[in-house]
Design a protein. Sequence first.
Length: 339
Amino acid sequence: MFFSSAKFDLILQLSSPRPQQPTSPPPSPTHPKHARRCCWTGSFAKHFIDEFPVAGHEVVVLTRSHKDFLDGKKGLVGQRVTDYTSVPELVEMLQDCDALVSTIADVQHPSAEIHLTLLEACTQSTNCKRFIPAEYGVNPEDADYCSVFQHNMPLKKALRAQTEVEWTFIAVGCLMDYIVPSTNRNHPNLGPLFALDLEARTMTIPGTGNEVVSMTSARDVAKAVAELLKSKNKWRPYTNVQAMTTTWLQLAELVKTVGGVSDLKVSFEPVDEIKAALEKKESMESAMLAEFKMLVPSGRCTLDQEKAKRDRLEHFPNVHLRTAEELLEAVKQDPEVVI
C-alpha cells in the first residue's frame, strides 16, 4: 500500500556548488567538506532529486549502477557507485556530506542490514551526522507493533542506543499519489495493496470506508524533508508530514467528481474477513496483503494531529502540502504533469 517492490539507491545533497560530473569518485580525505545529504533513486527518491535543489541543496547519488537518466539533471553533482556492503568505502563517500536520507523500501527483501551499514558509516564519518532511514508509510510509531515492519526493529534499536548520529523516521500516513493515473506519478501501481484501482475504475474498501486516514503526496514529503534538513530545531525520533485527513468514502467522492471517474464502482471488504485471512496465513503473500489491508481500519495510517501540527510549525512551516483535490485538479489542468 505504501511501497513499491523496487530496490532504491542513495542520493546525497550538497549546499556548495561544484563542477558536475556524470559519475563522482569517492572523495579523498583531503577533499573539502560541504553541507551534503544522502537519499535513494527509486520512485520516491526521484521526488527528492527534483525538490532538494529547489530548496537550495545540491545532490549526489549513491547507486548500485550508474543511472543514465540522471545525467545532466539540474542540481545533481554526480553519482557514486557502491554495493553498500563496505563501511570504509561508504565512510569515504560520505566524508564530505552532512546528512543521509534513505528511501530503501523493499518489503520482500528487508533493508535493515543495509541501513545498519549506513548507520555505521555515518558513525565513523567525521561530517555525516544526520540520518533519515526509510519507513515513510503509515505511522511509524505504531508500525513498531506491525509485523510487516519488523525488519526495521534492529535498526531502531541501534539508533536508540547511540548518540553520535541524529536521526528521525518520516511519518506520512498513506501516500495519496495513487489517486491519479500512473502516467502522472512516479510510483507504480500497487494492485490490491491500495483500495483504489483507477485502471479497473473500482475501489475495494477494507472496513466501513469511514475510518480516518492521514494522506500526503510523495513530492510534498520531499519538499518537507528538504526543509527538515535545513531546520535548526532538534529532530525527534519521528517527524510527521501530513497534508490532510480523509476517509476512503470521501476520497471516492473526490475521484468521481474532481477526478472524472463518475462510474467508479465502490465495494467493501469486511474487517472480520480480513482478520480471518490474516489468522489463516495460507501464504506469506496472503498474510502480508491482509495486514496491509488492516492498516487503515486499525488506525495505523492516522497520525497524531497535535504532533503533525507541531512538526510542521517547527521544521517546514512554509511548505504547502497539497490536498487530494489539488492533485486531481493539477492533473485536470495538465494531463502530462507528474504530481
